[in-house]
Design a protein around this ligand. Structure first.
Ligand SMILES: [Zn+2]
Ligand SMILES: [Zn+2]
Length: 689
């Protein structure tokens, strides 16, 4: 009878088949109490599942052995909570028809039709939550029952829900031979829902939950089908985790870059210009320019040279690179020359034909560039290279265009045109590892300066059995090793992710954790043995023979749009002095100190600072309030007494009280130093606060 192998490698043999719950009890009462389900041969199953053959079993508890959150446990809790919410809603809204309720990364939702009766509103949430609390308090078991496909479909037809019937039909299409239900309690007596499972053993194991919000949706996402209401909820193993999650959501709302972008006048998206196309307004342009200057300074120190290239290129260029028609779906359609267009129109060429002939290369056109690489490659190829002048490092803040579905567009994080902090390194094979290290050290420096100290690195590798990769497997192996080595040397957490490589080479991705604990996927460094081959790039080696260079693509911060979107949220709009659009504002208390205020303002501007002055008639408290709404880092409040003593009363953003007084020249110098040193020296330290 079954011999069960546990995660620690120990084995237990039983005379009879045993349930996962019995196994947990046999191991110990603590585990029996904590177990939510079991991973049997890697598949998550109910605790009531019978084990009747030799297999590997791990019992799932809310916490992993190193006290982390078990992702499967969280999923089980959330999915089970979705059932409880659906039961509560079904009780309070007898006309409600349930459609589909999957777990999410942040909780779960249930799509429900309220047709033919009262619609749900957020005012119903307390009543729904009270009903859920009652169901959870009764600690009813989740009981699975199975029917044959035919009996199951009969049962659903009798119940008359086209939505559930459709779910079942899809299960049949996917190859299921049975249908299963989960009752919260006794099947036939208590509420039940068509579901594949698995679940936690009973409602009492759900932990802490909250009904979050409503949104409208359509059945199967199709606007021509039934209009549904999506009810969102979330659940965690403990009340503390739920509270932390809610705090994070609250904080995220305050930091939303779309809201702050408007409030601080950083960028604008205009329907007349086009969706997903960012207009950088003067304030946002300052942030971007300062950041670009910083990155450019560092690139220069690392031996990069800068280039500029146009926003379009011939289709043939992208046929050679493989970007066309390979990534057709994510590109704007090609642009065709006037004469060619006229000739095609005369022929009566249809759109379908045109697309076809463009794809086949029978006619040429231009593409809004989806990538900067081919342009940089042609720059490299435009002059001969010797092994001595390798590597060649070409950098450009290059704007590229990608077609995103309109539903996926939002703020600065998903756009249709964006500027990459791009560079291409053409190097000898023996230089790859060193160049990768250089790329990573630059990233480390820039993250460090911005106070983004928590980030990790993902190394994207091939999955062995996929045919989507191009190039020599031997070169792939070398490139993967170089990425691993570089990532390891950096000393930050990194993970290897098979199947995450680009089609032309392995890559290193950066994921930064912001101050409220959310992860942002930024840019990437990629090794490429493929494009040099496709473009037949060469350099002359020490042996006087032609050799193939290796290319490294690197845009470690991704795009300026996404990165600054991330920075706005990271700083909650309160940029450090060196990035702030307005670094300081002079606030005269009254007309009496106006002349002195103007003198101070002029001195600040002359020192190269972005200084403003508020000479309005408003009272000083009002002026301070206006300035703090724009999150200006420093305010120089000057009254007649300051004028007399040539002093400045300083306020910093985010502090209630004044920082104190400082002399006129020391103020200008202190602020200049803080801006120039990008925060390494601060005015505050100069003032001893
Ligand atoms: Zn379920
Ligand atoms: Zn590239």
């Amino acid at each position: 009878m079954p011999t069960i192998t546990l995660p620690d490698g120990s084995r237990r043999s039983y005379e009879q088949p045993i349930t996962a719950a019995q196994l947990a009890a046999d191991i110990g009462p603590g585990l029996a109490k904590a177990a939510l389900a079991a991973r049997i041969e890697g598949t998550v199953r109910d605790l009531s599942s019978t084990i009747d053959r030799d297999c590997a079993v791990a019992l799932i508890t809310p916490r992993t052995r190193d006290r982390g959150v078990d992702a499967d446990a969280l999923q089980l809790i959330r999915h089970s909570c979705a059932h409880v919410m659906a039961e509560a809603i079904a009780k309070l809204f007898p006309h409600a028809k349930l459609v589909y309720g999957p777990p999410l990364d942040t909780g779960f939702y249930y799509d429900i039709s309220f047709e033919g009766g009262r619609a749900i509103s957020t005012e119903d949430f307390p009543a729904i939550e009270a009903e859920m609390t009652r169901i959870i308090g009764e600690n009813r078991p989740f009981t699975r029952c199975e029917l044959s496909l035919r009996d199951g479909l009969d049962k659903l037809r009798a119940e008359g829900s086209k939505f559930k019937l459709d779910n079942a039909e899809r299960a049949r299409e996917a190859g299921s031979t049975t249908l299963s239900w989960y009752a919260t309690g006794v099947p036939g007596t208590n509420w039940e829902d068509l579901c594949r499972g698995p679940h936690v053993p009973s409602t009492g194991r759900i932990g802490a939950f909250k009904v979050m919000s409503l949104a409208s949706s359509y059945w199967k996402g199709d606007e021509t089908l039934d209009r549904l209401t999506r009810v969102y909820g979330t659940a965690f193993a403990t009340a503390e985790e739920l509270a932390a999650h809610l705090t994070q959501l609250d904080e995220a709302k305050k930091r939303d870059h779309r809201v702050l972008g408007k409030q601080l006048r950083l960028f604008h998206i205009d329907e007349m210009v086009g969706q997903g196309l960012i207009l950088w307004t003067p304030n946002g342009s300052i942030v971007r320019q300062e950041l670009q200057n910083f990155i450019s300074d560092e690139l220069r120190k690392q031996g990069y040279t800068q280039v500029f290239t146009p926003h379009i290129g011939k289709l043939d260029l992208y046929r050679t690179s493989g970007h066309f028609p390979y990534y057709r779906e994510s590109q704007y359609p090609p642009v065709i020359e006037h004469e060619q267009m006229a000739a095609l129109a005369k022929e009566g060429c249809s759109c379908g034909e045109l697309a076809n002939r463009l794809e086949k290369g029978e006619i040429d056109g231009y593409l809004l560039k989806p990538m900067n690489c081919p342009h940089h490659i042609r720059i490299f190829a435009s002059s001969p290279h010797s092994y001595r002048d390798m590597p060649v490092r070409l950098s450009e803040f290059g704007t590229v265009y990608r077609w995103e579905q309109s539903g996926e567009i939002g703020g600065m994080t998903r756009v249709r045109g964006f500027t990459q902090d791009d560079a291409h390194l053409f190097c000898r094979e023996d230089q790859v590892a060193q160049e990768l290290l250089g790329c990573l050290s630059l990233v480390k420096l820039i993250f460090g300066t911005l106070g983004m100290n928590e980030y990790r690195v993902r190394v994207g590798l091939r999955d062995s059995d996929s045919a989507k990769y191009v190039g020599d497997p031997k070169n792939w192996g070398k490139a993967e090793d170089a990425c691993r080595t570089a990532a390891r040397t950096l000393g930050v957490p990194f993970s290897e992710e098979p199947g995450e490589a680009a089609f032309y080479g392995p890559k290193i991705d950066f994921v930064v954790k912001d101050v409220i604990g959310r992860s942002w996927q930024l840019g990437t460094v990629q090794v490429d043995y493929n494009l040099p081959e496709r473009f037949d790039l060469t350099y002359v080696g020490a042996d006087n023979q032609a050799h193939r260079p290796v290319m490294i693509h690197r845009a470690p911060f991704g795009s300026m749009e996404r990165f600054i979107g991330c920075l706005i949220e990271h700083f909650a709009g309160a940029f450090p002095v060196w990035l702030a659009p307005e670094q300081v504002r002079v606030l005269p208390i009254s007309e009496k100190s106006a002349t002195y205020a103007r003198e101070l303002h002029s001195a600040l501007v002359a020192a190269g600072l972005r200084a403003g002055i508020d000479e309005g008639n408003e009272r000083i408290q009002g002026k301070i309030k206006d300035a703090s709404e724009m999150k200006i880092p420093y305010l120089a409040v000057v009254g007649p007494r300051d004028a007399e003593g040539r002093k400045v009363s300083v306020r910093a953003f985010g502090t209630e009280a004044n920082l104190g007084e400082i002399g006129f020249d020391a103020f200008v110098e202190g602020l200049t130093g803080e801006a120039r040193s990008r925060g390494a020296e601060t005015l505050r330290s100069r003032m001893g606060t």
